[in-house]
Write a protein that binds this ligand. Structure first.
Ligand code: ATP
Length: 209
């Protein structure tokens, strides 16, 4: 099986996440993409006020949503929400290196990928154990409006590491959860940018007010 981990805050999950995941699954023949909201994101110092349970529930709804732009209106079974990065009992942040090591242990025969957007990848030097991260999985780096992947020299990748990084052309979804949270706070329901089932969840649970 070809499996990708797709970590993030997913606060809330949006059309950008889904477009990137579908494009990656098509381009790299992935059998599944595990959308894993982080219990505690180590690199986002101000954290999130939305509970893990809400973010996981919204992520599950997003993964089960149909692609509005496809004619068939069928769910994409490759997209799956995962509780792999649930909050740790010791309260420590969730490090991707631990998650990938766990996936490697539990799926010894699978080809593992780590799917990230360009902004996250350019931040790689700040991640825990970058060299090991590049050994544990191949990386799929999705272009993201506003972040250039033309010059990766600052990351000082060895030729072997660079060969494990695959670039995915832009899906051109200029959407960020930060912007969505701002809009939701002003009463915009963000329909079209967030799957309808997620919009309904946000409204019913009074999130982002
Ligand atoms: P925030 O604005 O709160 O930082 P975000 O929209 O970047 O959130 P995350 O949950 O942090 O969403 O993202 C999870 C992963 O998805 C990251 O690797 C991020 O780079 C990627 N990603 C998010 N939005 C896009 C997008 N529009 N295009 C490409 N990649 C994206």
């Amino acid at each position: 099986m070809r499996v990708a981990l797709f970590g993030g805050t997913f606060d809330p999950p949006h059309r950008g996440h889904l477009s990137v995941a579908r494009a990656a699954a098509d381009a790299f023949r992935l059998d599944s993409i595990l959308f894993a909201p982080a219990g505690r994101q180590p690199l986002k110092s101000n954290g999130t006020s939305t509970s893990f349970a809400d973010r996981l529930a919204m992520t599950a709804l997003a993964c089960a949503s149909v692609d509005d732009r496809s004619k068939g209106s069928i769910e994409d079974p490759r997209l799956q929400a995962s509780a792999l990065d649930a909050p740790r009992a010791d309260g420590l942040p969730n490090y991707t290196v631990d998650t990938l090591a766990e996936l490697r242990r539990t799926r010894p025969g699978d080809t593992l990928f780590n799917l990230v957007g360009a902004d996250s990848f350019l931040d790689l030097p700040r991640w825990r154990e970058p060299a090991r991260l590049l050994e544990l999985a191949e990386w799929i780096v999705a272009a993201r409006p506003g972040f250039s992947l033309e010059d990766l020299s600052a990351l000082r990748l060895t030729p072997h590491q660079r060969a494990r990084v695959h670039l995915l052309a832009s899906t051109d979804e200029d959407i960020s959860a930060t912007d969505l949270r701002r809009r939701l706070q002003t009463g915009d329901d963000c329909r079209g940018l967030v799957p309808a089932a997620v919009c309904d969840y946000i409204r019913r649970h009074g999130l982002y007010r």
